[in-house]
Ligand binder design. Structure first.
Ligand SMILES: NC(=O)c1ccc[n+]([C@@H]2O[C@H](COP(=O)([O-])OP(=O)(O)OC[C@H]3O[C@@H](n4cnc5c(N)ncnc54)[C@H](O)[C@@H]3O)[C@@H](O)[C@H]2O)c1
Length: 249
């Protein structure tokens, strides 16, 4: 088998949100290595430009909560790539605050970015996805979708909502569109820098999971690749924890 036929996403066109940083950026990189054309989307215009230039792929700066902007972005990305076969929704925000102190504006924003954002992107991409025999949607939720943790009421609600949104659309959009959720544990990205930069917190977080380490973006990217290619061709509506053995206890 030559190198080209080994690529798992050869010829596929995939839009990735949150692509300026962390998991979204790493997913875009892996997908390009696997032969995909990737449209990178993020609201961090500077980070996005750098990530897209490094990959030689097109990018669109866009806030996923802005439905009109998302509609225009997805239409332009679909035109630019000549179609969209798959989506990865990785854009997200986190505010860990005890419920008594949780600002209602922060609740609103977490639901808008983490839940309504993916809704906006999927809705806008549907005309493209529906024209494809094997389209894929991958949503990045969190172990917070599966289990309660202190201070995560808004984040957990948004991610649990995203998990059930994914299951529901898997029912509605099959058989040609598959939709799955990834539920990462603690992964070393900008979002969790406050945790892993502190040796004590880092050790405590690693100690409480079976595999005794924090996750890397590559751990999540490989799961996103699985859900975006035919290796997962009979799998839809599931959520996969990528958490080193945390959420099942
Ligand atoms: N890092 C973790 O431990 C962890 C664990 C579980 C789930 N997650 C989820 O994984 C996803 C990726 O997070 P990450 O850890 O790579 O964090 P990150 O902060 O490195 O990346 C998130 C990206 O989303 C972008 N973004 C945020 N709001 C946006 C908006 N309104 N419109 C467009 N882009 C927006 C940011 O600019 C950033 O580039 C998020 O959905 C996050 O909730 C992270």
């Amino acid at each position: 088998m030559d190198a080209v036929t080994e690529q798992k996403l050869s010829g596929r066109k995939i839009l990735v949100t949150g692509a300026a940083s962390g998991m979204g950026k790493d997913i875009a990189e892996l997908f390009v290595t696997e032969g995909a054309q990737v449209a990178l989307v993020d609201y961090n215009a500077a980070g996005l430009k750098a990530a897209a230039q490094a990959l030689g792929m097109p990018s669109w700066a866009c806030d996923v909560t802005n439905r009109e902007a998302v509609n225009a972005t997805v239409a332009a990305a679909g035109e630019g790539l000549g179609g969209i076969d798959g989506i990865v929704n990785a854009a997200g925000i986190l505010d860990i605050t005890p419920f008594v102190d949780l600002d209602p504006a922060s609740w609103d924003r977490m639901l808008a970015v983490n839940l309504t954002g993916p809704f906006n992107v999927i809705k806008a991409a549907l005309p493209f996805l529906q024209g494809v025999p094997t389209a894929t949607i991958v949503n990045i939720a969190s172990v917070s979708a599966l289990m309660p943790m202190p201070g995560t009421a808004g984040y957990s609600a948004s991610k649990a909502g995203l998990t059930m949104l994914t299951k529901s659309i898997a029912m509605d959009l099959g058989p040609t569109i598959r939709a799955n959720t990834i539920c990462p544990g603690v992964i070393r990205t900008e979002m969790t820098r406050y945790l892993w930069e502190n040796p004590e917190h880092h050790e405590r977080a690693a100690e409480r999971v079976a595999l005794k380490r924090l996750g890397n973006t590559a751990d999540v990217s490989r799961a996103a690749l699985f859900f975006s290619c035919e290796d997962s061709g009979f799998t839809t509506g599931t959520e996969l924890p990528v958490d080193g053995g945390f959420s099942w206890r």
